[in-house]
Design a protein around this ligand. Structure first.
Ligand code: ZN
Length: 389
């Protein structure tokens, strides 16, 4: 009622209203307005929605019942009493005084749960998370170091295996060893293969043929003893290690592939993509490996620094003598010495220097042997015997 009255007054008046106070003697209503957690029955909820849409809770204040002039209407008064007590006509007396004298705000709590207007809270929730095999991907996404990631996975596997044991004495509390790290690596690789090649993995585990459209068909893949997908090939009788004959198949867009590539990249001191691919293929076969490796190397900061080109400074304009047209060669020359060079004269060897003339226009050169770096004598000798100068 108060809210709708304010809306009507605001729409009727042409003056600007800076502040509005709403007064209520009902603590229950004020609790509803100030409540932040409760849900209410439909009727109250609709009223509260309207109130909170057009007013703020802080604008609502409590007035004691004895000072509330609205009681005159609800409880009724005789005409004579109206004339004696004109609060109904003039409003409460405290509003004519300073704001300090107004009724102080009261401390409000959340409505009681047994309030009939409060509807019982109904929690409807769904717990969800990534698929079991994706948890490893989420974990690996957070790491940039292969060794650290494998140790974390190894500790998690250790925790899972220990948790399944009934007796605390049977639990493994030792530090991680190479075997545990290898198991963690195999688990991550199998997880990546199950995520990227689920149909192929299922077909091979059930001893079925791969589909003709499978991307792995040409690799004749098989699953080894630990459940990892490997390349088949025809090198069974070759004198090579098992990993070389049957490298592990890796998808090109998976965090485990990124970690393996970057670890090898660091171990080989940031080599070229081809060198890196050759090294990785001694153990892993990455599908679209060349593209994947180039993509990962492009993000390597150290390689970025190596690829950076120096900034070429802007050259000054050419000197006027370099651009003089219709001049004979060697009209304008640049001079330089180099040497000394050993020259054989009869049976003796002597030091001689070479004076280099460069034509500034045509870039032609002329070499003149000189006995010393003495410019004055050298110039005179040259000028005297050369006819083209
Ligand atoms: Zn690099």
């Amino acid at each position: 009622m108060a809210l709708r009255l304010v809306k009507f007054i605001k729409s009727s008046l042409r003056i600007t209203i800076n502040q509005i106070f709403y007064w209520s003697d009902s603590k229950t209503v004020l609790q509803w307005i100030f409540s932040k957690t409760c849900l209410f029955q439909t009727f109250v909820a609709n009223r509260l929605s309207e109130i909170l849409e057009h007013s703020r809770p802080i604008e609502w204040r409590h007035v004691p019942g004895v000072k509330n002039p609205a009681d005159e209407c609800s409880r009724g008064l005789f005409p004579a009493e109206i004339m004696e007590n004109d609060r109904w006509l003039t409003g409460p007396a405290f509003l004519k005084q300073e704001e300090i004298t107004w009724p102080q705000p009261i401390k409000l709590t959340e409505p009681n749960e047994d309030d009939p207007e409060v509807s019982a809270t109904k929690w409807v929730g769904v717990l969800y998370g990534p698929a079991p095999e994706n948890r490893i991907r989420t974990l690996l996404d957070k790491y940039s170091d292969y060794g650290l990631a494998m140790r974390v996975v190894a500790w998690m596997l250790r925790f899972i295996s220990n948790s399944r044991l009934k007796s605390a004495k049977e639990r493994n509390g030792s530090s991680l060893n190479v075997k545990a790290i290898q198991q963690a690596s195999n688990r991550c690789i199998r997880s990546a293969q199950l995520e990227c090649y689920p149909e192929e993995m299922m077909a091979l585990e059930q001893n079925r043929l791969l589909k003709s459209s499978s991307r792995l068909l040409k690799l004749s893949p098989f699953i080894d003893k630990v459940g990892v997908l490997r390349v088949g090939g025809r090198l069974d009788y070759g004198p090579f290690p098992y990993d070389v004959k049957h490298p592990i198949i890796l998808p090109h867009e998976h965090p485990i592939t990124r970690l393996i590539v970057m670890r090898e990249h660091d171990l080989l001191a940031h080599p070229s993509a081809e060198r890196l691919l050759s090294s990785i293929r001694s153990r892993f076969w990455i599908i679209k490996g060349r593209v994947a490796i180039k993509r990962y190397l492009f993000k390597c900061l150290i390689c970025k620094r190596h690829r950076a080109m120096p900034c070429i400074p802007l050259m000054a304009p050419l000197p006027r003598h370099r651009l003089a047209p219709f001049q004979r060669p060697f009209t304008y020359v640049g001079l330089d010495f180099f040497g000394p060079c050993n020259i054989t004269i009869y049976r003796r060897k002597e030091k001689r220097y070479v004076l280099l003339f460069t034509c500034l226009n045509t870039r032609a050169v002329h070499l003149e042997v000189t006995a010393s770096l003495d410019l004055s004598s050298t110039y005179l000798n040259i000028f005297s015997k050369t006819r083209w100068l």
